[in-house]
Design a binder for this molecule. Structure first.
Ligand code: SER
Length: 318
């Protein structure tokens, strides 16, 4: 049985991944670590929780030793838009945090999951059918930390045999914890606005097409990749994965199928529009499909139907 540590456990992915891992492997085998001193209720009651800053190498090492950790899902990071407003802090958290995790993994012989992103690509990458192996010249500090992270994970595998693996997530849509300062956050915010006030003011242009994925598929991707027999993996880090690709206008139209009164207007934020314009429109994820059987379950209509149902119930019960 693995003993798992999830860093960034109170974040958008971490909240749901921690619960899914506890469900799969048992509550006590999954240690959640977040920067909040007090964890949210669902994480506190279900299993071990530590308040941890991943930049503190000694504190990280102490948790890994104490909990006899064998697998680390390292999710603690700043997202694209917030990173752009504080580049030095983004470098510090995203890169030094990862380096500390990889050093810990080397010392304690742990497996590591590192989420990269569509942000690891840049304006000179082919925007459609973006290949697995292609030009990676990101123009954001977040993207630079993601492509550097992919390289660092590959280096620790090649140099020290650390079993580091990862995917390039697209925009993630979820209904538990909110995303914290990303460019694709509009695709989450729009659902709360649609249910609450039947109107959304979007910070990206109507025709901004980006890859997206519903959180249940993102969770499956992480666990499935980590459980795959290493002998099948030609790549290890930065697997392209996507489930759907749409524009704000197309998402609004899909919501209108359920809520005909829903309206949208556009007030473009130049920072986030510039970031989105530098990213691919639709990635090719055939390497993930071939090497570890990646297969998303949710397309746009299925995701929209489930999001609206979940958020309506959540706001009703609030
Ligand atoms: N969802 C992320 C962001 O917008 C992309 O990795 O920053």
């Amino acid at each position: 049985m693995p003993s798992i540590l999830v860093t960034g456990a109170t974040g958008q992915i971490g909240t749901e991944l921690t619960l899914a891992l506890r469900e799969r492997y048992g509550d006590d085998t999954v240690t959640a670590a977040g920067h909040r001193r007090e964890p949210p209720n669902n994480l506190a009651t279900g299993g071990p929780y530590f308040s941890l800053d991943v930049r503190d190498a000694a504190a990280l090492d102490a948790v890994v030793s104490q909990q006899k950790i064998t697998v680390i899902y390292h999710l603690a990071a700043l997202l694209s838009a917030v990173a752009e407003s504080q580049p030095l802090q983004a470098w510090d958290i995203n890169m030094n945090g990862l380096l500390n995790v990889l050093e810990c993994a080397r010392k304690h012989n742990c497996q590591v999951f590192f989420p990269s992103s569509i942000a690891a690509f840049g304006p000179d990458t082919p925007a459609f059918d973006t290949p697995q192996d292609t030009v990676q010249h990101p123009s954001t500090i977040y993207g630079i930390t993601k492509v550097s992270g992919e390289l660092l994970c590959d280096y620790y595998h090649r140099r020290y045999g650390v079993d580091a693996r990862g995917v390039r997530y697209p925009g993630l849509i979820s209904n538990q914890a909110m995303p914290g300062g990303g460019t694709t956050d509009y695709a989450v915010d729009i659902f709360y606005a649609a249910v609450r006030q039947k109107h959304y003011e979007c910070f990206l242009r109507a025709d901004t097409q980006l890859d997206m994925m519903y959180m249940p598929d993102a969770i499956t991707a992480a666990i499935q990749l980590m459980e795959t027999d290493a002998r099948r993996l030609a790549h290890r880090n930065g697997f392209n994965v996507t489930a759907m690709s749409f524009t704000p206008a197309q998402l609004a139209a899909a919501i209108q199928q359920h809520l005909p009164d829903f309206t949208i207007n556009y007030k473009v934020d130049p920072l986030r529009q510039g970031i989105a314009d530098s990213w691919p429109r639709h990635m090719n994820d055939s390497a993930a499909r071939a090497e570890w059987d990646w297969q998303p379950q949710f397309d746009l209509p299925a995701m929209v139907a489930d999001m609206l149902a979940q958020i309506t119930a959540k706001l009703h019960n609030a």
